[in-house]
Design a protein around this ligand. Structure first.
Ligand code: PMP
Length: 306
C-alpha cells in the first residue's frame, strides 16, 4: 500500500512496482528526477492537473486535458505531446500501476534551460505523470465536517495573474494552508482583494442558503474546478437551484450549509468558519445528498481503463 502522497515525503516509498512517466520513459520512483535547471523548479514555470481514478475509471479526463491545454495557452507553453498522446500516457499510467482507485498527477513544466528567467532558453517542456493512492482527509471528517478559516492571505488578482491558470505557483495556497494550521483549522478560504470569497487552498467552495446552492464565479478568483462543474451538473439534474454568486464572509457565517470540493478532497462539509458554527454544526442535507450523487456519478461514468 502506498503512503499518502499529499502527506508523506514522496508517498512512494516501499512500493513494490511503481512506474512513472517522465519525458517518454517509464521509470521507477528513484529514477524519476528532473534537472535543477528545470524552470518548473526555478520559477514555478509550469502547469499541472490532479485527476481521480474511481474503480479503474479516470474521472473526466477530457475536462482535465481541456484545462491543461487552456493553462498552457495562457502561459505560451508548448506541450510536446498532442492531446491524444497525452490521454494515452494517462491511461497507460493507470494500467501499468494497476491502480483501482487513486490519484494522477500530470505535470508539464517549461523544461530545463539556463538560470535566467527567459523561457526561450528551455527548448522542450518536461512532462511527467505519477499515479498513487490518495487520502486527503481522515474518513471521520467526512462525517463530521472540517473547521475552516478565512485566511489573511488574499487570492491573487486577475490583474496580476489569472487564478484560472492551474500553475505550479501555489505559494499563496501554501501560505493560506499554514494560516489554517496555525489557527487549528483544516482548510483556509481565500478572499480576493475586494474581500469577496474566491476559493480555498486546494478546493472550490459552495454554500447553501434557503435551499439554494451558491458558489463564487471564477471571475471572483478561483479555479474552474472539475468537481465544482460536476456538482453544478448534478444540482441541475436534481432540480436543486444553483447559481454563481458574489459571497462575503457574512454569507459564509450565515449559510445553512457549506462544503468545499476538489479532486483530492471530493465533497467535504464545513461545519465551522472563523469559529462560527455553520447551520446546526453538522453536515447538511443538501451536502449529503450531493455527496451521494457525486460518488454514484464517479463510480459509473466512463469506461474502466484496465
Ligand atoms: N481550487 C484550487 C486552488 C485547487 O488547487 C483545486 C484542485 N485541487 C480546486 C480548486 C478544485 O479543482 P478540481 O475540482 O478540478 O480538482
Amino acid at each position: 500500500m502506498m503512503a499518502d502522497p499529499l502527506r508523506g515525503s514522496t508517498g512512494l516509498e516501499g512500493t513494490e512496482h511503481v512506474e512513472i512517466y517522465l519525458d517518454g520513459q517509464w521509470v521507477p520512483p528513484e529514477a524519476a528526477r528532473v534537472s535543477v535547471f528545470d524552470h518548473g523548479l526555478l520559477y514555478g514555470d509550469g502547469i499541472f492537473e490532479g485527476i481521480r481514478i474511481y474503480g479503474r475509471r479516470i474521472f473526466r479526463l477530457d475536462a482535465h486535458l481541456d484545462r491543461l491545454w487552456a493553462s498552457a495557452r495562457a502561459l505560451a507553453l508548448t506541450i510536446p505531446l498532442d492531446r491524444e498522446a497525452m490521454a494515452a500516457v494517462v491511461r497507460e499510467a493507470v494500467r501499468r500501476n494497476r491502480q483501482e482507485d487513486g490519484y494522477i498527477r500530470l505535470v508539464v513544466t517549461r523544461g530545463a534551460g539556463s538560470l535566467g528567467i527567459d523561457p526561450a532558453s528551455c527548448p522542450t517542456a518536461t512532462v511527467f505523470c505519477v499515479v498513487t493512492d490518495i487520502h486527503v482527509y481522515p474518513r471521520e471528517l467526512y462525517a463530521n465536517g472540517i473547521r475552516a478559516i478565512t485566511s489573511a492571505t488574499r487570492q491573487v488578482s486577475h490583474e496580476a495573474f489569472d487564478p484560472r491558470v492551474k500553475s505550479l505557483n501555489y505559494l499563496k495556497n501554501v501560505l493560506a494552508k499554514i494560516d489554517a494550521r496555525q489557527a487549528g483549522a483544516d482548510e483556509a478560504i481565500l478572499l480576493n482583494t475586494a474581500g469577496y470569497v474566491a476559493e480555498c487552498s486546494a478546493d472550490n467552495i459552495f454554500v447553501v442558503r434557503t435551499g439554494r446552492l451558491l458558489t463564487p464565479s471564477p471571475q471572483d478568483g478561483g479555479l474552474e474546478g472539475i468537481t465544482r462543474g460536476a456538482i453544478l451538473e448534478l444540482a441541475a439534474e436534481a432540480a436543486i437551484p444553483a447559481a454563481e454568486a458574489r459571497l462575503t464572509r457574512y454569507d459564509l457565517f450565515t449559510a445553512d450549509e457549506c462544503f468545499v470540493c476538489g479532486t483530492g478532497a471530493e465533497l467535504m462539509p464545513v461545519t465551522t468558519i472563523d469559529g462560527r458554527t455553520i447551520g446546526d454544526g453538522r453536515p447538511g442535507p443538501l451536502t449529503r445528498r450531493l455527496t451521494t450523487a457525486f460518488h454514484a456519478l464517479a463510480r459509473h461514468e466512463g469506461e474502466p481503463v484496465w
